[in-house]
Design a protein around this ligand. Structure first.
Ligand code: GAR
Length: 215
């Protein structure tokens, strides 16, 4: 039977399996789970969550949401490539269509990038291309923004490519910086925007790019 017979789309057949990769607190993961549960992200399901850190609170958030979780230590493998090959096997096991990095603090190797070309998204806590690149993550980003005397910052959702934080920008949202903002205050403001922007960008990506390309 055609998926679009009588103009009716068989949405279960179109449902995309999302894998979320995490390393830390998991507030973006939480926002993504809520967005799927409340229909802000449609035609998708969070199929699994993988962490490279055993203590990541994100794992607790996933377990509470009854999502399969995997903690995979890099130390168990001889190289980054072997580590990523293991992750790729897990992603295939869960028929993953889309990979979301949500505070995942590892560099994705070319073998992984090739397997999921144009299907890996990341959220970064600055207005890229500013304050991105190697070593720019978490509070380091916010401190660098404050040091630069910028009057605004924000967050960016982008495609992940070999160039760190350099892939095509899908969405951005900005916040104002007040003269006495600390890095912690700025981080909290930006994080609030991240929780709105990431689900919006993911839903948009799935509905406009993935489903139209039938990927
Ligand atoms: C978020 O601010 C995210 O943008 C940032 O780590 C934090 C994770 O928070 N990611 C990076 O800096 C990647 N370069 P969370 O674990 O609460 O979602």
């Amino acid at each position: 039977m055609s998926q679009e017979m009588d103009g009716f789309k068989n949405t279960s057949a179109l449902r995309k399996n999302i894998a979320v990769l995490v390393s830390g607190n998991g507030s973006n993961l939480n926002a993504l789970i809520n967005a799927v549960n409340t229909g802000k992200i449609v035609n998708a399901n969070i199929a699994l969550v993988i962490s490279n850190k055993k203590s990541a609170n994100a794992l607790n958030i996933a377990r509470d949401a009854k999502i399969p979780t995997f903690y995979v230590a890099r130390d168990l493998f001889n190289s980054d490539e072997e580590y990523d090959l293991f992750l790729l096997n897990k992603l295939n096991e869960y028929s993953t269509d889309l990979v979301l990095l949500a505070g995942y603090l590892r560099i994705i190797t070319p073998i992984f990038l090739k397997a999921f070309e144009n299907r890996i998204l990341n959220i970064h806590p600055s207005l890229l291309p500013d304050f991105g690149g190697k070593g720019m993550y978490g509070m380091k980003v916010h401190q660098a923004v404050l040091n630069s005397k910028s009057v605004k910052s924000g967050c960016t959702v982008h495609l992940v490519t070999e160039k760190i934080d350099g892939g095509h920008i899908l969405a951005q949202s900005s916040v104002s910086i007040m003269p006495d903002d600390s890095a912690e205050i700025l981080a909290a403001k930006v994080l609030e925007e991240e929780h709105k922007l990431y689900p919006l960008a993911v839903n948009n990506f799935i509905s406009t790019i993935m489903l139209n390309n039938n990927r």
